[in-house]
Each structure stands twice: as structure tokens, then as C-alpha cells.
Unconditional design. Structure first.
Ligand SMILES: Cc1cc2nc3c(=O)[nH]c(=O)nc-3n(C[C@H](O)[C@H](O)[C@H](O)COP(=O)(O)OP(=O)(O)OC[C@H]3O[C@@H](n4cnc5c(N)ncnc54)[C@H](O)[C@@H]3O)c2cc1C
Length: 255
């Protein structure tokens, strides 16, 4: 339950509020998760007046303001095709208008198409205070320890990478039972990330070339059984989706 609402227009004021121990104070992005009914009492710091919603290219990097909405990201021409497919799958048009890049990365569970595709791109987050640069893959398993009191201000993704996203779900608009995202750099570096299961998307491979990607995907989901699907099914489908991603990348124009 939200017990206090603040909308500072200076970053320093936002950080002062987030540093408070009492009441527990957290950033408010689009509020699509924080506005859900909850027993936990929190004060919120609305980010919308801090100018954190810009999307700008800088050389081979695309800088995403942490408060940029998923819809604005979908509308940005520089965004890789695979990321656009994952954003469309993540949420409906109305939720995409509110949900923010950082909010979606922080709140993601293993079934998040957006977090799966983003993790494949090895994004770098900027955390305040301290202007600390960290990889999303390092923060993801430590969100509860690392993020309290912090504000993500910027998320940087590479622009010269091809990205493909594939999934299976009960219905096209449903969250994935298994999804895969494959990113390939001009050097050949290939990252394979799986989603559809557990508390967070899983990095199955980060190698100098695509060799071994299918086996890595199969192995990564070998134990991924739950009431939605058996581990055997997920492991097989992860391999198939990874192959589809690799085939799709071959058809994409170089970036
Ligand atoms: C009905 C519904 C169902 C959903 N189902 C799923 C699901 O099954 N799986 C899934 O992964 N997602 C799910 N989502 C999440 C959805 O995809 C949202 O797009 C996204 O997670 C929320 O973004 P937001 O900006 O609204 O976050 P908010 O609600 O504003 O914040 C979410 C969390 O992120 C933190 N946060 C926000 N901004 C920052 C920042 N700049 N720095 C640090 N921390 C920050 C907040 O403090 C909070 O802890 C669902 C959402 C809805 C509305």
C-alpha cells in the first residue's frame, strides 16, 4: 500500500528520499506493479519529473532513460527487431504506455519476455548515488540486496547487435511457457537467454560464436519443471526456439 507520494524535480531530492530508512521508500516508474494491492507499506518517489525518459543513440550504444516507457521504446526506430517483438509480447498497449524500462527490469520474473530479450543484449545500468555502472546480469540475481536505496537512471544497450526472440505460450498473448532470445555481435559473440520459468530469465550461453548454442539451451532448462510444463518439454522447446532464433538472425540485415 502506498502511504506517501513524492514527485521531486531534482535528482538529488529523489536520492535523499530514497535514502530514508523509515518509511521504506522506493522509486515509482509506471506504477503498474507498485499500484497492485499489497500489505506492505511503502513511500514512493515518482520519477516522471526527473527527465529520465529520453532515448538517445551515442555511437554504437542506445541510451535508454530509466523512466522511458515500453511503448516509447517500441516506437524508437533504432531498437533491434527482436526487442520490439519481446516488448509487444510483454504487455498490452495500455500497460506499455505506463510501464517503464527500469520498472520492468526490476519487477521481472522468469516469464518476462522484455527482461529475457534485454538480458541477451548485456545491458549496462547506471545506478545512483555514485554513478555506478553494472551489468543487468550481475544485478538480476541480487535485486533485493543491491537495489534498495538505489535509483537506476540509465540503461545502455548495444546498437550493432542482431537480436531474435521466439516463444511458445498457451495462447499468442499469454506469457511464455518457454521463450528464447539470441543476440549476435559482429565479432560472432553470441548470447542465449531463456525465459518462461523461475524467478528470472537465465543466461544459457555467452560464447565467441554460435557454436554449442542449441546444447547450451537444452542443458540450461534440463531441470526447469513446474506445474505449467515438464523439464523435458522445456528443455526440448528451448533447443528448438534457440535454433529458430539463430535462423532468424541469418535473415536479418547486419547492424
Ligand atoms: C496485470 C499485470 C500482469 C503482469 N504480469 C507479469 C508477469 O507475469 N511477469 C513479469 O515479469 N512482469 C509482469 N508484469 C509487469 C509488467 O510487465 C510491467 O511492465 C513492469 O514490470 C512494470 O513497470 P513499471 O514502470 O510500471 O514499474 P513500477 O510498478 O513503477 O515499479 C516496479 C518495481 O521497479 C522499481 N523501480 C521502478 N523504477 C525504478 C528505477 N528507475 N530504479 C530502481 N527501481 C525502480 C519499483 O520500485 C518497483 O519495485 C505485469 C504487469 C501487470 C500490470
Amino acid at each position: 500500500m502506498i502511504i506517501e507520494y513524492h514527485r521531486p524535480d531534482e535528482l538529488v531530492a529523489a536520492l535523499d528520499l530514497l535514502a530514508r530508512k523509515e518509511p521504506v521508500t522506493v522509486p515509482l516508474g509506471g506504477g503498474t506493479v507498485l499500484n497492485q494491492p499489497s500489505e506492505t507499506e511503502v513511500a514512493v518517489v515518482d520519477l516522471q519529473s526527473l527527465g529520465l525518459n529520453l532515448i538517445q543513440s551515442r555511437g554504437r550504444t542506445l541510451d535508454l532513460g530509466a523512466a522511458a516507457t515500453l511503448q516509447s521504446l517500441l516506437d524508437a526506430p533504432e531498437v533491434p527487431l527482436g526487442l520490439k517483438a519481446a516488448i509487444r509480447h510483454e504487455a498490452t498497449y495500455n500497460i506499455r504506455q505506463a510501464a517503464t524500462v527500469a520498472g520492468a527490469l526490476v519487477a521481472a520474473d522468469g516469464r518476462s519476455p522484455f527482461a529475457t530479450a534485454m538480458l541477451a543484449l548485456a545491458p549496462e545500468l547506471t545506478l545512483q548515488p555514485g554513478d555506478e555502472k553494472v551489468l543487468y546480469g550481475e544485478v538480476l540475481p541480487l535485486r533485493d540486496e543491491k537495489l534498495p536505496g538505489c535509483l537506476i537512471t540509465r540503461v545502455a544497450i548495444p546498437l550493432n547487435v542482431q537480436l531474435a526472440y521466439q516463444y511458445v505460450a498457451r495462447a499468442p498473448a499469454d506469457l511464455p511457457i518457454v521463450c528464447a532470445a539470441v543476440a549476435k555481435w559482429p565479432s560472432g559473440r553470441t548470447r542465449v537467454v531463456l525465459g518462461g520459468y523461475g524467478e528470472a530469465p537465465l543466461l544459457a550461453m555467452d560464447g565467441p560464436n554460435p557454436q554449442g548454442a542449441i546444447i547450451a539451451a537444452q542443458d540450461a532448462y534440463r531441470e526447469a519443471g513446474d506445474p505449467w510444463a515438464s523439464a523435458e518439454y522445456r528443455s526440448d522447446v528451448a533447443a528448438t526456439l534457440t535454433q529458430r532464433c539463430l535462423d532468424e538472425i541469418k535473415e536479418q540485415p547486419a547492424r
